[in-house]
Design a protein around this ligand. Structure first.
Ligand code: CP3
Length: 336
């Protein structure tokens, strides 16, 4: 197996290029993915082990990424609670009956991930026998999962959640705890099935003021992090304000978005933690020469830093020209 990503996460230095993988590396920017989507709904793809395997492998026809990430979604965790959800074109995730009152929390009943998500383990096992790069598992951060459960869809400012946190912190904490238990269960399943590392996506963290995030969200993230026996990368948006909080949990890696530069993050966080990021996905809409020069700028910035994984600051955007993804990966991998 090409172990570059794991070596980096374990702090081994290498004379090679930094490992590169991209969040949403399997997605709508690929004609082969769009062709699959014409035949299957997105939830059908997420819930079918053969389609999970096939889709996870699709991006390797585009470029030689140094890691694969299981093709699934953080919201599948809602299946453990029997919560009805969909992904509506042009809208995004929609939850049928959002949780708006404390009594609804008491009625939540959780089934084990193994039972509610029976396709997850076989997909991992099949991928492990086929891939020659590390396989990443993942789950959502408790705040991000709770945000969808409460708001009912992607919300610009999480108003309902933030009011709840202030008005009734006790029941909010209970909901966060229940969701964290489910996330721990799903991560355990993935680690037990053999994933090499995991990433926890707490994408909505920057909506919460840092001191409140520390008080009401970080303890749950800490418990999630502590449940893991494989290297973990913690990711949120709004890294300028929230990455230092996540760094307190001492993850092996930290995903950084474009709200700060990696050099200043490195100065702030010390030399031990692996930094991952933070190429702006919008730069992939420029000419290939621009993609190349921007990638080189980032590589120059990190050239003396062996604890670095090249990635975007957030996922690949659907309309991204595929050639530019290839240009990006080639630019990083040409470096020796
Ligand atoms: O990185 C990967 O490709 C691995 C698989 C993965 C997906 N979503 C596939 C997906 C992972 C790790 C996620 C995480 C996820 N899902 C997050 C956290 C990271 C982030 O993006 O902030 C969140 C908030 C979600 C919820 C979700 N699922 C959203 C907001 C959307 C986008 C809706 C849209 O129409 O753009 C999804 C759908 C989704 N998840 C797609 C993919 C490839 C698009 C599917 C399609 O319509 O073909």
């Amino acid at each position: 197996m090409r172990t570059l990503l794991l070596d980096t996460l374990q702090g081994k230095s290498s004379s090679s290029h930094p490992p590169i993988w991209l969040m949403r590396q399997a997605g709508r920017y690929m004609p082969t993915y769009r062709a699959l989507r014409e035949r299957h709904s997105i939830l059908e793809m997420f819930r079918n082990p053969e389609l999970i395997v096939q889709t996870t492998e699709l991006p390797f026809a585009v470029a030689d990424f140094d890691a694969a990430i299981l093709f699934a979604d953080i919201l599948l965790l809602l299946d453990c609670f029997g919560i009805d959800w969909q992904i509506k074109p042009g809208v995004g995730p929609v939850i049928a009956e959002p949780i708006r009152r404390a009594e609804q929390i008491d009625r939540l009943c959780r089934r084990p991930a193994e039972e509610a998500l029976p396709f997850w383990r076989p997909a991992i096992q099949e991928l492990l026998s086929r891939l020659d790069v590390p396989l990443l598992g993942f789950c959502g951060g408790p705040l991000t999962l709770v945000s969808y459960m409460v708001e009912g869809e992607s919300s610009r400012d999480l108003t309902t959640v933030r009011k709840w946190m202030v008005r009734d912190p006790k029941s909010f904490d209970r909901l966060m705890g229940i969701v964290t238990d489910a996330a721990i269960d799903l991560l355990r399943l993935q680690v037990d099935a053999g994933v090499h590392a995991v990433q926890i996506f707490d994408s909505w963290a920057p909506m919460i003021p840092p001191h409140i995030y520390r008080e009401q969200c970080l303890p749950h993230m800490r418990r999630l992090r502590a449940s893991l026996s494989v290297p973990v990368i913690l990711f949120s948006r709004g890294s300028a304000s929230h990455a230092p909080l996540l760094a307190e949990l001492e993850p092996e890696g930290l995903g950084i978005d474009w709200s700060c530069d990696l050099t200043s993050m490195r100065k702030r966080l010390g030399s031990k933690i692996v930094l991952q990021g933070n190429f702006d996905p919008h730069l992939l809409f420029g000419e290939p020469q621009l993609v190349r020069s921007e990638a080189k700028r980032l590589l120059r910035e990190m050239r003396k830093d062996s604890r670095y994984i090249f990635n975007l600051g957030h996922g690949v955007l659907p309309e991204t020209p595929l050639e530019n993804v290839q240009e990006l990966v080639a630019t990083v991998q040409e470096l020796r």
